[in-house]
Design a binder for this molecule. Sequence first.
Ligand code: PEP
Ligand code: MN
Length: 637
Amino acid sequence: MIIILNKHISDTQKHAIKEFLKERKFKVREIVGQEETILGAVGAMRIDIREVSLLDGVADVIPISKPYKLASRELKKSDTIVQVGNVKVGGNRIAVIAGPCAVESREQIMSIAKSVRNSGAVILRGGAFKPRTSPYAFQGLGEQGLIYLKEAGEAFDMPVTTEIVSPKDVDMMLDYVDMFQIGARNMQNFELLKEVGKTGKPVLLKRGLAATIEEWLMASEYLMASGTDQIILCERGIRTYEKATRNTLDISAVPVVQKLTHLPVIADPSHATGLRDMVIPMSLSIVAAGASGLVVEVHNEPEKALSDGPQSLYPAQFEKLMKDIQALAPVVGKSLVRTPRIHMLENTEKSADTVQSGEMTVAFQGEEGAFSERAVYQIFDQETKVLPCRSFAAAFEAVHSKQARYGVLPVENTLGGTINEVLDLLNSYPDLTVVGEKQIRIKHNLIGLPDSKIEDIRKVYSHPQGIAQCADFLTNELSHAEAVPFFDTAGAVTHLASLADLSCAAIASIDAAKRHHMKVLKEEIETNSRNYTRFYVLSREEDAQEFRSAIESDRVAMVFSVHDRPGSLFEVLKTLSDYGMNMKKLESRPIPGKPWEYSFFVEAELIKSPTFEKAIGEIEEHCDSFRVLGTFKGDRA
Ligand code: PEP
Ligand code: MN
């Protein structure tokens, strides 16, 4: 049952409720949410829930209707994020687990670990105990395989996962693995589930060969009831009458399971299809279906693999797959958890582009719920402190004056174009530098009060960019309403809430609507759904290395003005071309106080040192003024 507590419950009352339940052999879990705190109570004993609802401090009691209780969405509404070593899995992230079917030798696992890591895998897989259909097939290297797997994980800074097949191996394996894998054949091995659950370690729980979704979730309930809430569910194909593929990938299980449970769900296209050439298209459809990640088998020499060679990708195919996922992720509102390339690792412990930030503050323009805030949480982890600023200039000032370590500011939108003010500010803060880039998909919504109706709307508040990006909707479907510019989309929703006028609406994100309990009158009203905004991450020059060292830069942004003579801009662009620095963006801005003179902003592909410095030296010769605004890892699909 779910027990909703009164907002102002005292500690003594809460303690008394917990004791009442524990005496009746209930397992109690406290879940603190933004709106309310609840207790989840699961047990075998039948009690009349009216008894519980009468206890002091209880606001309401709701029975959980599903047979799986701790795993159900009814108990916990928010997505569970599973922490595997230094990698977070769940929510809007896509985490890719890759490696061979089985660890075959030290050289083999080292070589594969290096290549999958370089392509962007964040967790290494590799079986040491292989539950094979035939007793004569390769059974795995056992503990020696675990030793090699752990060594490869440590060498390439990836947590590792491997299958456990027997409860007697739990203690021995604890030291070697960051996440246990329960294989399809053992999904209903309840003694194994109980022993593994007791360890509290993360578990990758594969769906059984012929298990229903409910049976699969009951298996996760076994793990949870035994002591771990760190579970990742993995769809890996089910047995059907179809023989063209090894199994039948049940893609619709992904959204179904997401509705039923708060646990993250990922999928394994390798065992689902059994055929290498189907792994890439199925991986993309898994991502499109909304999964939080993939498990992919990769082998350096698949034709010689001791198990599952025909379904293992060549390293080059895996590299291509990761690029495709990176392009697709923002389209479906997800962000690929990436790792730095290996040669950047020497001086850093950071691993993801989600920099672990601790107490660090990040400034952005707008209110809570703004798209810029969403970008912040896609770059930094969820515990990051944010500093909402009223203007772009205030956000720059916050970083400059050390109120914030980083700033996340929009530079360009695919429909609205360049945000000139941000470029101009970059030019006027020489101590600030660009260290990162993030692209997010912008979905605008028409938001009203809970009782508003679309036909009654007469005024629509939003940021001018929001209004511009929804021009077609405003002209065709809301021609009777006046569009009123506001300093920020999320701020427009705050304003709407304070007006309490049924004829007013705002254009903003779903996050902003939820934050103020407003109603979404119409979703995704932007003129073109390929609507992305690109953000820069800024820091002071002295802190830049902290961010950059985690991610290999492949872009450079610069600003310059040229001599007033024929061909001077051409000379700069020619130098870029001569050095193979592919230009990605060129923008000109008037120079304040110098009528009809311009600064040029250029983004180009970064080339290696020392050739880069040589190219910059040559460019400077053609310029009146020149500055590298920063180097960063590009994030454009
Ligand atoms: C594996 O991951 O190597 C494996 C054996 O998977 P499954 O249990 O899904 O068949
Ligand atoms: Mn396999």
